[in-house]
Write a protein that binds this ligand. Structure first.
Ligand SMILES: NC(=O)C1=CN([C@@H]2O[C@H](COP(=O)(O)OP(=O)(O)OC[C@H]3O[C@@H](n4cnc5c(N)ncnc54)[C@H](OP(=O)(O)O)[C@@H]3O)[C@@H](O)[C@H]2O)C=CC1
Ligand SMILES: O=C1OC[C@@H](O)[C@H](O)[C@H]1O
Length: 411
């Protein structure tokens, strides 16, 4: 790894602190969660319109420690007290998956905008209720966003601009987290907290499949899992391989593990297109030109560490009458994009920096939506509902069962 790469990663996690505007949004965090650092605390430092104002934890001491460590000025004794603070505009919900539904509903009903950790809720049933709350369809409704951070990174846009959904014939996705990063006692492996690898990591692969095919899967054909069976961990998948059939009859595959090998391996999404004819006016009238494109994005989930977009195009020139191949060759190119400009994405007035992580791009979009501005990219509410339905489909097929629905009642 070069010095420039190391410097970029270092700066991503230790960014310069920018001056805050007087109309900056005040965020509250419910739960002194580890993921809050990536999702909000670090990107907030370099966002002039974001102030992390308060944190609440089930245990006040824990909240105080978190506040001291992260320079958060206000501490609340309970999540509800934080929601009752009229000064707070936005809430980060980084709770166990099983609590996302209840606290996202309560946040919206308190009139707050919600940045909701992925997966949005425990299952499709909860998603239908949450994302269709009447409060979200009113004028000046709160903004809610499932924190699908990688979808906001410019390399994802560059990748998608090379994918032609109508021509996709096969997709393979891979993601992993090394075993030492996720302890067996982590909330990811607690069934009652809606744990499991398909929830914690697989949902990233599933979203990639849905976006690449530009459609919802019709069927989950197979799911092979390694799962825990003991105590609170029961029915939590540590690793899985799933296959889905999409409306064009083609297959999308997802492999993920939260107990992967010691050395981190970048995620990838590999897309194969069908052969299509391309116009070439330089050819004699008796010949036709065809291309088959393979597009692979390495590092699609955590692009800041490393990524590369590979595009391989296999060309053939054929005789129109006989179909005989007259000539064939392959052209390959690759691309990286840490900034919006490098990917050709328009972020409006904002200039992105090479050290921006996917989470910083996500926060940019979230703030812009809250402020009523246009965003280059967004995860719509219906999208999050469909996403949870795909997760349900896979859990049903796996035999582990859909994650349990919250007892919290919405009236
Ligand atoms: N975007 C990303 O890169 C990442 C996203 N995530 C997502 O964020 C969410 C939280 O994950 P993560 O931050 O790793 O988890 P942590 O265990 O670090 O934090 C979870 C928080 O939930 C609170 N909590 C409330 N009720 C319970 C309970 N019954 N059991 C355990 N904790 C409880 C705790 O808050 P309190 O302080 O009140 O005790 C704790 O701080 C998950 O939905 C996960 O999928 C996770 C990692 C990375
Ligand atoms: O991006 C991630 O990496 C670590 C996992 O624990 C987490 O769930 C996921 O969002």
């Amino acid at each position: 790894m070069s010095f420039a790469q190391l410097k970029r990663i270092y700066t991503a996690f230790n960014p310069p602190t920018v001056e805050k505007r007087s109309d900056a949004l005040k965020f509250g965090i419910i739960g002194a969660a580890n993921s809050a650092a990536w999702a909000l605390l670090i990107p907030a430092k370099m966002h002039p319109e974001v102030v992390v104002h308060a944190v609440a934890a089930r245990d006040r001491k824990r909240a105080e420690e978190f506040a001291k460590k992260n320079g958060v000025p206000v501490v609340y004794d309970s999540y509800q007290e934080l929601l009752d603070d009229p000064e707070i505009d936005c809430i980060l919900v980084p709770l166990p998956n099983s609590l996302h539904f209840e606290w996202a509903v309560k946040s919206i009903r308190a009139g707050k905008h919600v940045l909701l950790e992925k997966p949005s809720v425990s299952n499709g049933h909860e998603a239908e209720i949450l994302f269709n709350l009447p409060e979200l369809n009113q004028p000046k409704a709160p903004v809610i966003l499932e924190a699908f951070h990688y979808r906001f990174h410019p390399i994802w846009s560059a990748f998608m601009s090379n994918v032609s959904s109508a021509d996709v014939v096969h997709v393979e996705t891979y993601s992993m987290i090394p075993w030492w990063f996720v302890n067996k006692d982590h909330i990811h492996f607690n069934y009652n907290l809606a744990g499991g690898t398909m929830m914690g990591m697989g949902t990233y692969n599933f979203a990639a499949l849905r976006l690449i095919f530009g459609a919802e899967p019709e069927e989950c054909i197979s799911v092979d899992v390694k799962a825990l069976t003991e105590g609170v961990h029961h029915d939590c998948d540590t690793e899985f391989k799933a296959k889905f059939r999409f409306p064009n009859g083609c297959i999308g595959e997802a492999f993920s593990t939260l107990q992967g090998p010691t050395i981190w391996h970048p995620s990838y999404a590999k897309v194969t297109h069908r052969q299509v004819e391309v116009e070439d006016k330089t050819l004699p009238l008796s010949q036709k030109k065809f291309v088959t494109r393979e597009v692979t994005l390495h590092g699609f989930i955590h692009a800041i560490f490393w990524h590369r977009l590979d595009i391989k195009e296999s060309y053939e020139i054929r005789d129109k009458d006989t179909g005989r191949v007259v000539k064939k060759w392959t052209e390959s190119r690759w691309q990286k994009a840490h900034t919006a400009k490098e990917a050709g994405v328009d972020l409006g007035k904002t200039e992105s920096e090479t050290y921006w992580m996917s989470f910083r791009y996500q926060l940019e979009a979230f703030v812009n939506r809250v402020k009523g501005r246009e965003t280059a990219y967004w995860v719509e509410r219906e999208d999050s509902v469909r996403q949870m339905k795909m997760v349900d489909m896979a859990y049903q097929k796996s035999g582990l069962g859909v994650r349990p629905t919250s007892q919290f009642q919405v009236d």
